[in-house]
Design a protein around this ligand. Structure first.
Ligand code: ATP
Ligand code: MG
Length: 599
């Protein structure tokens, strides 16, 4: 059982599961304590030769014995049914809680900004979804069972024992109280240790994940040994924290066991003495206890062992769940930075873009301006090329258009409306984006192209593939458009990836299309085809093409040359050539290259 802002709602949502689950649990507990009582009865009746009587109206020499055995069997059946019911209810509810919480977390992950993913490693986030969620599920399942079971069995058994002999029960209570105090003190230590253990696991999974992703680089640089060494270090730290945790758990278990045997020792010692007094007095019910009562007492004490263990287990489990919930809460409590503010409704997007004295610094380094005083206007329907040196801010500039980051009000406008007042979802729906890394999902080619709209027909998908000259390539694959990409499928070449990524962007037929360095890995001829296709299909729609070759951009409507995050030139090929040294140099280099090729 664990409480907190993010899980309290589940107690309400699954109230009936909890209610009936706990009811069945208590039912089993209550009938269970009759077994030691009946066992004691049987022993006393055998000793006192008190077995004869009537059963179902029939006289029998063993009637009392048969009655007790029948009752024990009935209790057994009742316990079986009751246990089945509470397991279905409580464990079912815990699985549902886990699923709900996972959904909440995933939803949150989708909303979080780039900054969060930069600050938090993938391995850490994944461990929230695996280890931490599992612990919370356990707390909602086993935790609840152990707590309710523990408390009820403890109370019922103690009452039963008090009725037999209160002195013996009091003697028994001393080690039990010590046990509880001990368990509670250990709670804090266990919580801290569990947090440490999860952190170590997080580091381990993060390291492994990064290594598998970067396996090609590691191999190419022959750094397997170095990575193995590093891995051994991380694994050792994970192992150490696990051993430390196991050690503390083991000590806890052993101490509990010793205390329990000590309790049994006390019962046997004191109980035998009381039986001795009882027999010595000639069976006086006021003196000592009978053999049957001692059997009942031992049975009840035995019933107590589970609750006591359960209590210790629950304390342990709750400590772990608390630590896990704390970690998950850091994700769920994360502030959403990019959200709609006083939105203005705008339905008919045209694709006009305007930057007015626009400045931008990434949130994790607010003092370094990446884009500086950018002022430019791109009219709806224009095709604009963007060039500039590595790191000059080209990708950053186009990323601004999706509201991936918050920008200063009054500096960036789409269709003359401040981007900060346009609904984020709508802006993004009207933009087609082909990212620089050409990320594709481990899915079929078809689904990758149709990512923006799953109901797209295969003809539309094929059209998009033809647009970026990748249709022939796809048709050559054995499974054609059903070919799986990535982990479990084929590995695509850089150029194929780029072209599929262009198809995915174009298929949306967006008002603004952004291609970030998307034709760098294709040959000049394919580039020309793609560019002429863009010209035809993108008439009247805005297209921004970031490129590294002059040949890509020279025939476009306008060219933007960036230098250190500033506008170096913005205009036609000729205008840029006259104004920008960088652009002039790029043109020069291209001519030289051409000459070299011709030679
Ligand atoms: N997420 C980020 N957080 C912090 N700084 C960033 C981030 N992304 C890019 N930068 C920095 O911003 C600057 C511009 O990067 P950007 O990716 O926009 O350059 P680019 O012109 O697209 O380069 P390239 O030609 O290599 O694609 C670089 O100095 C880079 O280090
Ligand atoms: Mg870039």
């Amino acid at each position: 059982m664990v409480f907190g802002k993010h899980v309290n709602k589940f107690y309400k949502k699954y109230f009936w599961y909890f209610f009936f689950g706990i009811l069945f649990l208590i039912f089993v507990d209550v009938i269970q304590v009759f077994i030691p009582k009946l066992s004691g009865n049987i022993a006393d009746n055998v000793i006192d030769k008190n077995l004869a009587g009537t059963i179902f109206g029939i006289e029998s020499n063993y009637a009392n014995l048969i009655k007790d055995i029948l009752l024990i069997s009935l209790i057994g059946i009742g316990m079986f049914i009751g246990r089945y019911c509470w397991r279905i209810l409580i464990f079912g509810e815990s699985v549902k809680v886990q699923a709900d919480l996972r959904k909440d977390m995933f939803e949150k992950c989708e909303e979080l900004s780039q900054r969060y993913y930069k600050a938090n490693k993938t391995g850490a986030i994944l461990s929230y979804f695996s280890n931490d969620l599992e612990t919370i599920e356990e707390a909602f399942g086993f935790g609840i069972v152990q707590l309710v079971d523990g408390i009820f069995l403890l109370i019922i058994s103690l009452v039963g024992m008090f009725l037999i002999d209160w002195v013996l029960t009091l003697i028994l209570l001393i080690p039990l109280v010590i046990l509880c105090v001990f368990a509670i003190t250990i709670d804090r230590i266990m919580e801290a240790k569990w947090g440490k253990r999860q952190k170590a696991f997080e580091d381990l999974s993060d390291f492994a994940q990064e290594n598998f992703t970067g396996i090609r680089v590691i191999k190419a640089f022959v750094k397997e040994r170095k990575e193995l060494k590093q891995f051994s270090k991380v694994a050792k730290s994970n192992q150490d924290t696990n051993i430390e945790f196991a050690k503390t758990s083991a000590i806890l278990d052993v101490v509990f066991e010793i205390l329990i045997y000590f309790v049994f020792g006390l019962i046997l010692l004191g109980g035998s003495y009381l039986v001795y007094l009882h027999i010595k007095s000639g069976g006086d019910p006021k003196v000592g206890i009978s053999v049957g009562q001692l059997i009942t007492f031992i049975g009840l004490a035995d019933t107590i062992i589970w609750p006591v263990f359960a209590l210790a287990g629950t304390i342990n489990l709750i400590a772990r769940a608390k630590a896990s919930l704390k970690r998950i809460s850091t994700l769920l409590d994360e502030k959403i930075e990019i959200k709609d503010l006083d939105v203005i409704t705008h339905t008919n997007y045209q694709g006009k873009i305007e930057f007015k004295h626009f400045n931008f610094a990434y949130p994790d380094d607010p003092n370094t301006l990446i884009l500086k005083d950018i002022s430019l206007k791109i009219n709806a329907g224009e095709t604009v090329g963007i060039v500039g040196k590595i790191g000059s801010g080209k990708s950053t500039l186009v990323n601004m258009l999706f509201r991936l980051y918050n920008v200063d009000e009054g500096t960036l406008f789409i269709d003359d409306i401040d981007i900060m007042h346009l609904p984020i979802k709508e802006i993004r729906e009207n933009i087609g984006y082909c990212p620089q890394d050409n990320f594709l999902f481990s899915d079929t080619i078809k689904n990758n192209i149709a990512f923006s709209n799953e109901n797209m027909s295969i003809t539309e998908i094929k059209e998009a593939a033809k647009f970026s000259s990748v249709d022939d390539n796809i048709e050559e694959f054995k499974d054609k458009y059903e070919t799986l990409i990535g982990e479990k499928g084929v590995s695509l070449s850089g150029g194929q990836k780029q072209r599929i990524s262009i198809s995915r962007a174009i298929v949306k037929d967006p008002k603004i299309l952004i291609l970030d360095d998307s034709v760098s890995a294709v040959d000049i001829k394919t580039e020309e085809t793609i560019l002429s296709n863009i010209k035809n299909i993108r008439k009247g729609k805005t297209t921004l093409i970031i490129a590294s070759r002059v040949s890509t951009v020279q025939h476009l409507d306008k060219i933007l040359v960036l230098r250190d995050g500033q506008v170096d030139a913005f205009g036609t090929h000729e205008e840029c050539l006259a104004k920008s040294k960088i652009y002039a140099r790029m043109v020069e280099l291209q001519l030289l290259e051409k000459e070299m090729e011709e030679k």
